[in-house]
Design a protein around this ligand. Structure first.
Ligand SMILES: [Zn+2]
Length: 116
């Protein structure tokens, strides 16, 4: 049974579910975010900020500036089927202190810096 399960998982490895991007009108993202997706506040064709829940599971709301006038700021590119990529990485200085990249909708953890 165990062997069968392992064989099954080898045949059909679980793929992590990518996150998608949703755009809202306005200069601030909504204060309440549900689910795993990213909310981008867009006004006059300019992306102002992106907000999403911390992927570590602590469910803190993270908000990153996307406009170059604000420091620090991030670059968001949307690839293919609505898959977001953020540059540079996100490193929380407080709370859970998570450090991760978001690449094409998937979270890539920076393990060497993650809290123990
Ligand atoms: Zn967290």
């Amino acid at each position: 049974m165990n062997l069968f399960k392992r064989f099954w998982q080898w045949l059909f490895p679980k793929k992590p579910k990518p996150r998608h991007v949703h755009f809202v009108e306005g200069d601030t993202p909504p204060s309440v975010i549900e689910g795993r997706d990213l909310i981008v506040a867009r006004e006059d064709g300019e992306d102002w900020a992106v907000a999403f829940l911390c992927p570590c599971g602590c469910d803190d709301r993270l908000e990153l500036a996307l406009i170059p006038e604000v420091r620090p700021n991030w670059k968001l590119s949307v690839i293919g089927d609505n898959l977001p990529t953020l540059y540079p990485s996100v490193w929380r200085k407080d709370g859970c202190r998570s450090h991760f990249w978001l690449r094409e909708g998937l979270i890539v953890w920076c393990k060497e810096e993650s809290p123990s």
